[in-house]
Design a protein around this ligand. Structure first.
Ligand SMILES: *Cc1c(COP(=O)(O)O)cnc(C)c1O
Length: 382
């Protein structure tokens, strides 16, 4: 018996932009015999730091582990509170929980899904140690406004730029001006290494500590010890660290992907602009650039208009028409680990998470496919 097969070919939500060059780079790393963290990770870190124009970049295994290290680096621990948007992938809140602190959910701007100084202010207490702002869907958050609120109170602002490689904030790459920022290279983002992440920061001592923490707290990295000739250098372990390392195979892929990042952003922005034209009045609900920057359209999300059918129904109708859209950004305070923990009302969060959907957007999306998506959406909304 066959399982159910869609009547029409499905248009996926996302396809990573990978090719022969990435395959060759990965193969070369394998053939070199150096597959764990080594020279390619170091080269990828330098290239990523240069791309952003930041002094330090520390490669790690994911953005989740990047956030984990960032929060330790910011001095967050048990008894502390960290203000985060509920409207984010759950890893943002989980990283706070990993360090024994309490995530305190703040609401977002209904226009772009990001924290604002006002929504953060409503969630501050005398226990607040840090704020994690998110560039949701690649839309740059107004970092300066949140810093102006937080820093005079001794509160560190960490930027979760998981989605935002290639986005621009006040003329600089998103995350570049943050004290600490974390990036993801998961295939659902633009630049991918399979799994992978990066922490960037301005401070050299902090970067050195993050390098130790990602590698079991070792005072000398395994790669440096190897380069120095095995037993010549004896490392010490001065605090408890983790294994949050990236592999050289991943970094080899990342180096190729970084070179393609401008083309990825250009292509996604052009496709998003075409959606905007095609959608007509529905485009009112389409995520747009904020006044302070430009996004990479990592997620091209659309808020359904008032009077539209239920989102689940819209998604089902799209799927039947061969269009694989997704529910919009999740809200952590509605999931089991954080249910009932919201202290302030989160109306914009609940509106966006309940009424938005993510449209297919990938580099090989054709005009004909885009036309099909928009026609199916019109039909589904009625
Ligand atoms: C994807 C994502 C993460 C997690 O990234 P991983 O690399 O998969 O760990 C964290 N925060 C946000 C906002 C994300 O979108």
């Amino acid at each position: 018996m066959s399982s159910t097969v869609p009547a029409v070919p499905q248009i996926p939500v996302m396809i990573p932009w990978l090719g022969e060059e990435e395959a060759a780079a990965a193969a070369e790393a394998v053939r070199s015999g150096w597959v764990a963290q080594g020279p390619r990770v170091a080269a990828f870190e330098r290239a990523f730091a240069d791309h952003l124009g930041v002094p330090h970049a520390v490669a790690v295994s994911s953005c989740t582990t990047a956030l984990h290290l960032a929060l330790i680096g910011a001095g967050v621990g048990p008894g502390d509170e960290v203000v985060v948007p509920s409207l984010s992938f759950i890893a943002t809140a989980n990283a706070v929980t990993y360090v024994g602190a309490v995530p305190v959910f703040a609401d977002v701007d209904p226009a772009d899904g990001n924290l604002t100084a006002d929504t953060v202010a409503a969630a501050l207490t005398d226990r607040t140690r840090a704020v994690v702002v998110v560039d949701q869907g690649g839309v740059p958050v107004d970092l300066d406004a949140v810093r102006a609120l937080a820093e005079p109170r001794g509160i560190t602002v960490v930027e979760d730029a998981a989605c935002a490689a290639g986005s621009v904030y006040r003329g600089r790459p998103a995350g570049a001006t943050a004290q600490i920022a974390a990036y993801s290279f998961h295939p659902r983002k633009l630049l991918t290494t399979g799994e992978g992440g990066m922490v960037t920061c301005q401070d050299g001592d902090l970067a050195a500590r993050l390098r130790r923490l990602r590698e079991h707290g070792m005072s000398v990295s395994a790669a440096d010890r190897h380069a120095a000739g095995g037993g010549m250098v004896v490392e010490t372990y001065d605090e408890i660290g983790f294994n949050h390392r990236m592999t050289d195979i991943q970094a080899a892929v990342g180096l190729v992907q970084l070179g393609k990042l401008p083309a990825m952003v250009e292509r996604r922005r052009a496709l998003a602009a075409r959606y905007r034209e095609l959608l007509g009045p529905l485009a009112d609900g389409l995520v747009a650039d904020p006044a302070h920057g430009t996004g990479n359209f990592q997620s091209c999300w659309l808020l359904l208009p008032e009077g539209a059918p239920d989102r689940t129904e819209v998604l089902a109708r799209l799927a039947a028409a061969g269009v694989s859209a997704r529910r919009g950004i999740m809200a952590a305070h509605l999931e089991a680990p954080y249910k009932g923990t919201a202290r302030v009302p989160l109306p914009a969060t609940e509106l966006i998470t309940g009424r938005s959907l993510i449209l297919p957007l990938f580099h090989t999306l054709t005009e004909a496919q885009q036309d099909r998506v928009v026609a199916a959406l019109r039909e589904a909304i009625g």
